[in-house]
Design a protein around this ligand. Structure first.
Ligand code: 5RP
Length: 236
């Protein structure tokens, strides 16, 4: 890894290192998606190569984390081959003071919620820019939608007071297609008063597979920040 100068990259690397320190040998590890967890997978692979950790098997949450795990030498398995996950480490797009999250910036929130919620311990890794007083204040709420239901789900979300926009691809014409072959609506609400109720209400719309509200799922939130020019990690 080349040494970074961008403060956000430094915060992501530091928090990723701190999270990997919490992984013990002989563990099944949920591997999140995104730029912060990319460092987690890299550092975990590094520790396995050096023999500092042994007998680790990972459960990827996306095609991205699968590819990175193979690149850095982290052995993988599938959910149907195990009966528990010891620890999951994943990023987030927003974290509120109650450790509730918005996830799905990488359109992987459906698989992420399955893996993160199943883990005995779910550790969130974020840089300090992700901390908010109220969810959906800076980041739109991702909702994964089965393609044929796009129109009725859009109407239902508008009725709930949301403003949905279809996520479009970058360097690809047309919409983003998730790892499950679905579409993503990014939604802005005026105010999400009760994130737990909103999570359930949106998931109750026929055609919605999963939304990016993670309420009561995170056990630990590690925050990377730079204080007086020095990178530090604190637990929320
Ligand atoms: C992917 C996610 C990511 O964890 C989230 O977008 C944070 O990503 P990053 O670490 O790149 O900021 O939810 O679906």
């Amino acid at each position: 890894m080349t040494s970074a100068t961008d403060p956000v990259v430094i915060m992501k690397q530091e928090v990723a290192k701190a999270a990997v320190e919490r992984i013990k040998s002989d563990s099944i590890v949920g591997l999140g998606t995104g730029s912060t967890t990319a460092y987690v997978i890299e550092f975990l692979g590094d520790k396995l190569t050096k023999g500092e950790l042994k007998n680790i098997v990972g459960i990827p949450t996306s095609f991205q984390s699968e590819v990175l795990s193979k690149k850095y030498g982290v052995p993988l398995t599938t959910l149907d081959a195990i009966d528990h996950i010891d620890i999951a480490i994943d990023g987030a797009d927003e974290v509120d003071p109650q450790k509730n999250l918005i996830k799905g910036g990488g359109a992987a929130h459906t698989r992420e919620k399955i893996v993160d919620a199943f883990a005995d311990q779910f550790i969130v890794v974020v840089d300090s820019g992700k901390l908010v007083d109220r969810l959906n204040s800076q980041f739109l709420l991702p909702v994964e939608v089965i393609p044929m239901a796009l129109s009725p789900v859009t109407i239902a979300i508008k009725k709930l007071g949301g403003t949905p926009e279809l996520r479009m691809g970058v360097k690809k014409a047309g919409p983003v297609i998730t790892d499950e072959g679905n579409l993503v609506l990014d939604v802005k609400f005026d105010k999400i008063e009760d994130p737990g109720l909103m999570e359930k209400t949106i998931n109750n719309i026929p055609g919605v597979l999963e939304n990016g509200l993670f309420v009561g799922v995170a056990d630990v939130v590690l925050v990377g920040e730079i204080i007086d020019g020095k990178p530090t990690v604190r637990e929320l």
